[in-house]
Design a protein around this ligand. Structure first.
Ligand SMILES: Nc1ncnc2c1ncn2[C@@H]1O[C@H](COP(=O)(O)OP(=O)(O)OP(=O)(O)O)[C@@H](O)[C@H]1O
Ligand SMILES: [Mg+2]
Length: 219
C-alpha cells in the first residue's frame, strides 16, 4: 500500500540545517496498525506530512498504491488525500466558527456528497465517538478530549483506507485516551490501516507494531 525508500527531508533555518528525516525506509501494508514513537523533534510530524502527501521529501522513493508519488499531479495528490486518507492532526485543526457537524461535513462536501448525505454521516460518526448531544457545539465549547473526538470523527467519516493520526491522545486524560485507542483498534479490526504517532509508550503498545524514530532515523 505504502512504500518509502531512503526518504530524506531537511529544513534550513538560517545557518542551521536540520535533518528531520535521514534515510527512512518503511513499508505499510493494508490492515496494519503501526505506532511510530519518538521524542519531541525526532521527525514524527515530518514523516506524517510526507506519508499524508502534505509535504514532499528532498530525495528517496515514495510509492502509494504502487505509484511513485513525485510523478502525480497536485490534483491527483489532492484526490488521494481526500478519498483515501483520514487525518487526525496534532492540534486538531478544527474550524473555529463551525460546529461539530459542520466540521465533519466540510471534507465530505468536497467529495461531492450532498448537504443531507454529509449531515447524516456527520451525525452517525459523532454518535460513534460518543458525542451525541454535542453536535451543535463549536470547538471552543468542547473540552480538549471532545475536540479530539470530533477530529477523529472527521477523519473516519469518509471511510478512508488509511488513518494518519498525529498524537491523537496527546491532549487527553488517561481514560479518554483509552477510549480513543479502543476506537482506533475497532476501526483497524474492520480493516482500516492505521498509522499512529505518539511519544507515549503505553499508547504505542496498543498498536500491532511499534517503530521507533530518533534524530530522523528509524530503528
Ligand atoms: N518547517 C520547518 N522549518 C524548520 N525546521 C523544521 C520545520 N519543521 C520541522 N522542523 C525541524 O525538524 C525536526 C523534526 O520536527 P518534527 O515536527 O517532525 O518533530 P516531532 O517528532 O513531530 O516533534 P513533536 O513530538 O514535538 O511534535 C525538528 O528539529 C524541527 O525543529
Ligand atoms: Mg510532531
Amino acid at each position: 500500500m505504502i512504500k518509502l525508500k531512503n526518504i530524506k527531508k531537511s529544513f534550513v533555518l538560517g545557518e542551521e540545517k536540520v535533518k528531520a528525516l535521514d534515510d527512512v525506509s518503511l513499508e505499510i501494508e493494508k490492515g496494519d496498525f503501526i505506532a511510530i514513537i519518538g521524542p519531541s523533534g525526532s521527525g514524527k510530524s515530518t514523516l506524517m506530512n510526507i506519508l499524508g502527501l502534505l509535504d514532499v521529501p528532498d530525495s528517496g522513493e515514495y510509492l502509494f498504491d504502487e505509484k511513485e508519488v513525485s510523478n502525480l499531479s497536485d490534483n491527483d495528490l489532492a484526490e488521494i488525500r481526500n478519498k483515501k486518507i483520514g487525518f487526525v492532526f496534532q492540534n486538531f485543526n478544527l474550524l473555529p466558527k463551525m460546529n461539530a457537524i459542520e466540521n465533519i461535513q466540510v471534507p465530505l462536501l468536497y467529495r461531492g456528497m450532498t448537504d443531507k448525505e454529509s449531515k447524516d454521516r456527520a451525525l452517525e460518526v459523532l454518535k460513534k465517538v460518543g458525542l451525541k448531544g454535542r453536535e451543535q457545539h463549536l470547538p471552543s465549547q468542547l473540552s480538549g478530549g471532545q475536540q479530539q473526538r470530533v477530529a477523529i470523527a472527521r477523519a473516519i467519516a469518509g471511510n478512508p483506507e488509511i488513518i494518519l493520526a498525529d498524537e491523537p491522545t496527546g491532549a487527553l486524560d488517561s481514560k479518554t485516551s483509552e477510549e480513543v485507542m479502543e476506537q482506533l483498534k475497532e476501526l483497524n479490526e474492520k480493516g482500516q490501516t492505521i498509522i499512529l504517532i505518539t511519544h507515549d509508550i503505553n499508547v504505542a503498545k496498543k498498536a500491532k507494531k511499534i517503530i521507533e524514530i530518533l534524530d530522523g532515523k528509524l530503528k
